[in-house]
Design a protein around this ligand. Sequence first.
Ligand SMILES: [Zn+2]
Length: 435
Amino acid sequence: MKTINKPDVITYLIGNLNDNIVQTKKDPDLMLTYRDGTGAKDNSLLKLNPNAFLIQLYSDGIGIISPIGPKKDEHKLTLYYFVLQDLPDVVRSMLQSIGLVGICCTKYLSLETNRIKYFEPIINDLNHLQTTGLSVQSFNGQLHFVLSLLAGDNLAAHEIGGFQRNFNSGQFCRLCHISYEFRLTPLTDISFLPRRVTTHNMYVQQAVKPFNTKPVAGVVGESPLSHLIGFHPIKSLPNDLMHDFAEGVCPLIILAMLKEASAKRLMTYDQIEQKMNTFNYGMNDHSNKPPKIRAKHLTNNRIIGSASQKLCLFKLIPIIFDDVIDQLTNTLDIYTCLREIISYTYSTKFRKSWLPYLDSLTTRFQSLMVHHLSQVVISKVHFVTEYSRLIGANEPATHFWCMRFEGKYLYFKQLAIRSLNFKNPAFTLIKRHQL
Ligand SMILES: [Zn+2]
């Protein structure tokens, strides 16, 4: 309400929404917003009010004390945010445009009864907003709203969707029926059934039966948001670029390339460190300059740095190590394939005609990984292959990534540390946020 009543917000929203609709009408191949994906066609409220504003939710957890301290679990909070997706990109990326839906202690949400209690008012408010709309002083007429997606990392998405919480066994994907044992089968030979609404609802019924302790096809129970209009666990919880790419497969490939260079005696670990040290980052990359890769990072299979720094390093690898890159016969193909995938998935506007090519690229990437680097094929390698389907069903993946929301995370984390009040941190943060 506070956001909507700010001067010019409604003008921005309506202007941008109309601009997008006009552009996609002129060029139906273009994908700009959630309205252009196939998922929007099943959204009955959006069909009823095609000009309704889109609300996106985001969930994240923050630890507000030292992660190695004895009370780390006690002071872990789960936060829910919302953003109006129809704001122009420049306005939407501002932290003030991200509103807070609620904060709760994470340990409190582990009990089902507590989850129901916590989500009930949120669901009621959102359902009321979606069905009756909103009247505000700055606009004569009723404003309509529709829920689009709930963004979050994989663990948060599985918790809120009622899926199993580990990615190293069973059916670990919330979009299809892949089993962990089949992750090493090239997708050129096999394809996995996508999850369907009717079968998913059936699995939920089986999973919640008394005395059942095992996940049923990766489903462990009903989603606490199952009564939220427009929400379904298999449709509303997309994967996130930042976690799957920048913090997932990109560091894997960087490590594999550097290790291949060392194994082939093209460079020692010390020379790798030296090259990183002496490299001059350009003006645009300087703010994302990655920390040095030391020998111990390579032996521990760990690349340090933020998501942006890891992505920057991934993109610059052929330039930093230009003298050896052509000799990395095992990993160079995988690198170029992933680099091409990234150029598609990180685009802010997408074309429907690109989807089949993106699909073939991700299948090739998975097959190359299985063939050359099978020992590091983790669940995120499979998630990469879901992106053509995800984008086709929703919108360009940069519209539901976590990157911008992480800025808000930093704001709350700093606020909690500065306030030094741990009696009821959720209350303190909400109060300070509303000031
Ligand atoms: Zn899948």
